[in-house]
Ligand binder design. Structure first.
Ligand code: F6R
Length: 615
C-alpha cells in the first residue's frame, strides 16, 4: 500500500527520501514521487513504475532537488489509475501533501472546492486534502492550525505528510487510521509509514497514536491530540532484528524461506524449556486465559490459514471450541460472539485494516456490554504495530523483518506462536494431558532440525517446478491439519506465479473439483503419515484413475513412491501436530521456483501490497 517518507534536516535530504522509498517498495505500489522545498519553491518529480525511475529523474536534475525539507511517496492506486498526474505529492499553491489511506467523503469536499474556484489535476482523493489545507491557510497563516482545522472534515482512515513553501522549517504529519512513525535523529527528524524506511538514518522512533497531529522540526517534535500537547515515548530499536538485506539470495522470498528454521526455533524458545512450557510464558495473563470458553481467530490471507491450523489444534488438544474467520467478513456480518471469548488476531504487519476493524468491532460490542468477559490477543511480527497496541495480550513472532510480499517466515512463526498459545490455554485450564504436552514440547525442540532438512528439498522441488511452468491451473489437496496448508499452497502459487490455483480438503474432490481433473491438471498433495493418510490415498486414486498428474509431498515412511504419473518428494517425518509447519516449506519452494521460471516479480507481485492498510 502507499508509503510515506518525509525529512527535515540541515543536510540535503533528497537521498534520504529516495532510499526511504526504496525500502518501502515491498509494500506494493505503482508510482512514486517526491517534492523538496528549495529557494522558496516546491520542486516535484513523479514517475509511474519503479522507484528507480524516480531516482533517475531526480538525479538528472540533482541541483534542483537539493533541499533541507521534503516529502516523498509510493502510491498504490485507489482513486484514479496509476498515472503521473495521480502520483503524489499533490500540490495546491504553496502546499504539498502525501497521503496513505482513503478519504471517503472526498466527493462532496471536491464539489465544494470546485465551487470555490479550485481546479483539480488528478482523480485522487488526496488532492482534496492539499486544496483544503491551502484554503484554511489563507485564514490561519499557520500550517499546523490549518491542518488541525481540516482533519476533522476528512472521513476515513489515513496518514498525511504536509509541507508549505512559506514554512520551510515545519513538517506536519497526521496519523488517523494508517501507520505513521517519526524517526528521531540528532538535529534532524523524519517521518515514514514504516520504520524500515528510516533505519539508515536512525534507530530511535516515536510511534504516533490514532488522531495525533505532529509538528516536526529539525530539532524538536511536538505532538497534539485534540489540540492539546501530548507526550509520546521514544523507542530505540535493536537493529539486528531489522536487517532487510537480501544477502547472497536472489530474492527476499528465498532468503526468508531459508530463515525459517531459526525464526521458528527463536519463536518457540520464548515459551518452552526442556519438556514443559516456561513458567513465565504469559504468566501475567493466566487469569484471563483460565476463563476462556471460546476462541475466535480473526485474520486475512496467509495469516487466516495459520488460524485455520490453530482451530484443529485448539479443538483436538484442548476441546475448546475455536472459530476462524476472515476479518473482512466477520467485521460486517454482525456475528455472534459468546461471553468469555478469547479474540485472537493474527497479522504479520499488525496494520491490516480489515483485521484492525474486526478487532475494533468486537471491542465496541464488549464495551457496550453486548459481549462479556472478552479478552483480546495478538500474534504479530511488528511489536510496535497498531494491532499490538490495541490488544491486551501479545505474543510476538520473532521472524525478523519480512520483505517479500508473499508471507513465508511470518506464517510458520505464527504457527509456532499459536501452538504455544494452545498449550498454554490447555495447561492453565487443565485440559491437556501433561504427557501429551511434554511430548509436543520435546518434538518442538527437534523442529529446527526437521525444517533444516526440508530446506534440502530446494533443488528437487526446483526440478519439479518446470512441469508447472506452462500450466493454467493447479489443485492443492490436504486433509485435516494439512487442509489449510493446501489453501496456503494455492494462495502462494497464484500470488507470485499468477497461475490459477485452488486448495481443497481432499475429501471434497468428488463433490465438484474432480470434474477439472485431466492429464493437463497438476495436483499437489500434502501427505504426511498421519491419521488421515489412508483416506488421502483413496482420494489420490480418484485422481490417478482420471489420468491427473500427482505431485505428492509425503513422509519418508508413507509408502508412497513415484511412478509414471505420480512424483513423490519425501519430507522429513514429524509428529502430526507440527507437520503443518514442516509441510509449509515445500509448498513455498514450489511457488517460488515456478514464479522464477515464469519470470514474474517474485518479491513484489503485481497489484499486491505487503501491508494492506485500506479496507
Ligand atoms: C500472502 C500474504 C497476505 C497476508 C494478508 C494479511 O502471502 O502475505 O495474504 O497474509 O494480506 O496480512 P497481515 O498478516 O499483515 O495481516
Amino acid at each position: 500500500m502507499c508509503g510515506i517518507v518525509g525529512a527535515i534536516a540541515e543536510r540535503n535530504i533528497s537521498n534520504v527520501l529516495l532510499e526511504g522509498l526504496k525500502r518501502l517498495e515491498y509494500r506494493g505500489y505503482d508510482s512514486a514521487g517526491l517534492t523538496v522545498i528549495r529557494d522558496g519553491q516546491l520542486h516535484r518529480e513523479r514517475q509511474v513504475g519503479k522507484v528507480q525511475a524516480l531516482v533517475d529523474a531526480v538525479n538528472n536534475d540533482a541541483e534542483n532537488f537539493k533541499g533541507n525539507i521534503g516529502i516523498a511517496h509510493t502510491r498504490w492506486a485507489t482513486h484514479g489509475e496509476p498515472a503521473q498526474h495521480n502520483a503524489h505529492p499533490h500540490v495546491s499553491g504553496k502546499v504539498a501533501v502525501v497521503h496513505n489511506g482513503i478519504v471517503e467523503n472526498y466527493k462532496p469536499l471536491k464539489d465544494e472546492l470546485i465551487k470555490k474556484g479550485y481546479t483539480f489535476t488528478s482523480q485522487t482523493d488526496t488532492e482534496v486534502v492539499a486544496h483544503l489545507i491551502a484554503e484554511a491557510y489563507k485564514d490561519t497563516k499557520d500550517l499546523l492550525k490549518a491542518v488541525e482545522l481540516i482533519v476533522p472534515r476528512l472521513h476515513g482512515a489515513f496518514a498525511l505528510g504536509v509541507v508549505h513553501v512559506d514554512n520551510p522549517d515545519e513538517l506536519i504529519t497526521v496519523r488517523l487510521g494508517s501507520p505513521l512513525v517519526i524517526g528521531v535523529g540528532i538535529g534532524e527528524n523524519f517521518i515514514a509509514s514504516d520504520q524500515l524506511a528510516l533505519l539508515p538514518v536512525t534507530n530511535r522512533f516515536m510511534y504516533l497514536e490514532e488522531g495525533d497531529i505532529a509538528m516536526v522540526k529539525r530539532d524538536s517534535i511536538e505532538v497534539f491530540a485534540d489540540g492539546q500537547p501530548v507526550e509520546r515515548a521514544i523507542t530505540e530499536l535493536d537493529a539486528k532484528h531489522h536487517n532487510a538485506d537480501k544477502g547472497e539470495f536472489k530474492h527476499y522470498m528465498l532468503k526468508e524461506i531459508y530463515e525459517q528454521p531459526d525464526a521458528v526455533a527463536r519463536t518457540l524458545a520464548m515459551g518452552i524449556d526442556a519438556t514443559d512450557l516456561k513458567a513465565d510464558f504469559l504468566a501475567s495473563h493466566e487469569a484471563e486465559l483460565a476463563k476462556v470458553k471460546h476462541i475466535q481467530v480473526l485474520a486475512c490471507g496467509t495469516s487466516y490459514h495459520a488460524g485455520m491450523v490453530a482451530k484443529y489444534w485448539f479443538e483436538s488438544l484442548t476441546k475448546l471450541p475455536c472459530s476462524v474467520e476472515v476479518a473482512s467478513e466477520f467485521r460486517y456480518r454482525n456475528p455472534v460472539v459468546v461471553d468469555d471469548t478469547l479474540v485472537v488476531c493474527l497479522s504479520q504487519s499488525g496494520e491490516t485494516a480489515d483485521t484492525l476493524s474486526a478487532l475494533r468491532e468486537t471491542q465496541r460490542r464488549a464495551k457496550s456490554g453486548e459481549i462479556k468477559g472478552m479478552t483480546t490477543l495478538s500474534i504479530c511480527n511488528v511489536a510496535t504495530s497498531s494491532l499490538v497496541r490495541e490488544t491486551e495480550i501479545f505474543i510476538p513472532t520473532l521472524a525478523g523483518v519480512e520483505v517479500g510480499v508473499a508471507s513465508t517466515k511470518a506464517f510458520t512463526t505464527q504457527l509456532a506462536a499459536l501452538m504455544l498459545l494452545v498449550l498454554k490455554v490447555g495447561k492453565v485450564q487443565h485440559r491437556i494431558d501433561s504427557d501429551v504436552l511434554s511430548s509436543i514440547v520435546t518434538d518442538m525442540h527437534q523442529l529446527k532440525g526437521y525444517l533444516d532438512r526440508s530446506l534440502a528439498l530446494d533443488q528437487s522441488i526446483a526440478n519439479l517446478s518446470q512441469m508447472f511452468e506452462a500450466k493454467k491451473s493447479t489443485l492443492f489437496l490436504g486433509r485435516g491439519m494439512q487442509f489449510p496448508i493446501a489453501l496456503e499452497g494455492a494462495l502462494k502459487l497464484k500470488e507470485i506465479s499468477y497461475i490459477h490455483a485452488e486448495g481443497y480438503a481432499a475429501g471434497e474432490l468428488k463433490h465438484g473439483p474432480l470434474a477439472l481433473v485431466d492429464k493437463d491438471m497438476p495436483i499437489v498433495v500434502l501427505a504426511p503419515r498421519d491419521s488421515m493418510l489412508d483416506k488421502l490415498k483413496a482420494n489420490m486414486q480418484e485422481v490417478h484413475a482420471r489420468h491427473g498428474e500427482l505431485f505428492v509431498f509425503a513422509s519418508e515412511n508413507s509408502e508412497l513412491e513415484s511412478d509414471e504419473r505420480m512424483h513423490v518428494i519425501h519430507v522429513p517425518e514429524v509428529c502430526e501436530y507440527l507437520a503443518p509447519i514442516v509441510y509449509s516449506i515445500p509448498i513455498q519452494f514450489l511457488s517460488y521456483h515456478v514464479a522464477v521460471m515464469r519470470g514474474t516479480d517474485v518479491d513484489q507481485p503485481r497489484n499486491l501490497a505487503k501491508s494492506v492498510t485500506v479496507e
